[in-house]
Ligand binder design. Structure first.
Ligand code: ADP
Length: 162
């Protein structure tokens, strides 16, 4: 069993999908407290501002005091140090995620040697789900209910003015 009581789950979450939520729920089997860290990630030109992305996640987990949501625009290891967290959680979908995740995990370890990365796989129905796919469906008026929660669906519809 992991000794760490606190984990951090970083990502762009533009927007949070049911795949991300699946990883959050799985993480809570290992950690008492989970910090969901929303990267500003301007270079990815997100659809939602970081504040909006944080708000959507807070709405989803408002009844769970074990989850805290923060926005950040620093190196992940520096945020983790500040918050005293040593385990980062990432989701692994298809093999295509692996190379990039391995590179990040090993780089983070070079930056901070106590830092460990933990990879979790989502339920099969979310393996091919991504925020990009969700935005694509939203922009073309598709049904989003299988992929995102109601609050996120509403925000997407507002963005695409439906
Ligand atoms: P980033 O830009 O950091 O990759 P994302 O929001 O795309 O941010 O993803 C954050 C984390 O969540 C990543 O580890 C990613 O692999 C994982 N993730 C994204 N979508 C899913 C999904 N459908 N199932 C499981 N993990 C996912």
């Amino acid at each position: 069993m992991l000794k760490s009581k606190k984990g951090i789950y970083p990502g762009t979450f533009d927007p949070i999908t049911k795949g991300h939520i699946n990883i959050v729920k799985r993480s809570l089997k290992f950690f008492d407290k989970l910090i969901i860290a929303v990267a500003e990630n301007k270079e990815k030109s997100p659809l939602f501002e970081v504040e909006e992305r944080v708000e959507m996640i807070e709405e989803i987990f408002e009844d769970n005091d074990d989850i805290k949501v923060v926005g950040f625009d620093t190196l992940l290891v520096n945020l983790a140090r500040k918050l005293d967290v040593k385990v980062v959680i990432r989701g692994l979908r298809a093999v295509s995620d692996f190379e990039h995740e391995l590179q990040m995990a090993l780089t983070n370890r070079q930056l901070c040697k106590e830092f460990e990365s933990l990879f979790l796989m989502p339920s099969i129905e979310y393996v091919y789900l991504s925020s990009s796919v969700v935005k694509e469906i939203a922009s073309k008026n598709g049904d989003l209910s299988k992929f995102v929660t109601d609050n996120v669906e509403k925000r997407l519809n507002d963005k695409f003015e439906k």
